[in-house]
Design a protein around this ligand. Structure first.
Ligand SMILES: Nc1ncnc2c1ncn2[C@@H]1O[C@H](COP(=O)(O)OP(=O)(O)OP(=O)(O)O)[C@@H](O)[C@H]1O
Length: 240
């Protein structure tokens, strides 16, 4: 389970996350929606332990910067950063060693196959296309079988086959009981499988919904998103 409690993150004077709280339960796919600059990547980086912040974040009950929390956490960043001088297969080996994984080779082979990297095992990180970099980043993030998974704009740069495979993988992970947080602008790309959503506007959470709630009220997630963002803009004196 992921628990974010009262997180505030400032970059100098700019408040990027203002007292953010939410939870993602095991077996739940939660989507973080919001316009550019709303603060989605910042909260994901705070959860991943990459930024200092005020507040508390727990991964399965452990503070996010602890080793126990890191063991349970998988992070697929918005911008993949493969190691230039490691081959695709060496990326898998590196992660396996870093996490002291046992019996990982078959799983690594399977992941590489699913994302069509199995014939590119000898290619170096700096020889990969942007989409291939994103794919290796997904494989690296998933190899340790994390229980809490963060995906920041995961579909960007992927071809339709990889998008389909990633969606399948995410749904499988939900079935296995993982807590999954996906940040995206592409509402369509998560329409089939989201369970809960937090809509971020101007560094805060402007609305939360469950799929059941939306379906019960006859609302549509995309219409709701535009309405909430436009209302927030009006409140802030901006244009609609
Ligand atoms: N390293 C940084 N230094 C200073 N300001 C930053 C930094 N990173 C982000 N910001 C600012 O923090 C705010 C939130 O940015 P963030 O990247 O979290 O938004 P986002 O919702 O992920 O946006 P996008 O959808 O465009 O990726 C923005 O105003 C951005 O300019």
């Amino acid at each position: 389970m992921l628990s974010v409690r009262g997180v505030t993150k400032k970059y100098g004077k700019l408040i990027a996350n203002d007292d953010i709280s939410f939870e993602v339960n095991p077996g739940e796919i939660s989507v973080l929606l919001g316009p550019n600059g709303a603060g989605k990547s910042t909260i994901i980086k705070c959860i991943a332990g990459l930024l200092k912040f005020k507040g508390k974040i727990f991964i399965n009950g452990n503070e996010n910067k602890s080793l126990l929390a890191k063991r349970d956490l998988g992070y697929i960043p918005e911008m993949p950063v493969p190691y230039d001088m490691l081959t695709v297969w060496e990326h898998m080996e590196f992660i396996a060693r870093a996490y002291s994984l046992e019996n990982w080779k078959e799983r690594a082979e399977d992941l590489l196959k699913r994302f069509e990297l199995d014939d590119k095992k000898k290619k170096l990180g700096n020889e990969l296309s942007k989409g291939m970099q994103q794919k290796i980043s997904i494989c690296c993030g998933m190899l340790p079988e994390p229980k809490v998974i963060l995906l920041d704009e995961p579909m960007v740069g992927l071809d339709p086959f990889a998008i389909k495979e990633l969606k399948k993988l995410v749904v499988e992970k939900r079935k296995e009981g993982c807590a999954i947080l996906i940040s995206t602008h592409m509402i369509d790309s998560v329409a089939e499988f989201w369970d809960t959503t937090n809509i971020m506007v101007a560094s805060g959470i402007a609305a939360r919904r469950t799929r059941k709630g939306i379906e019960g009220s006859g609302e549509n997630l995309e219409d709701l998103f535009f309405q909430i963002v436009n209302d927030a803009k009006k409140e802030n004196g901006g244009e609609e």
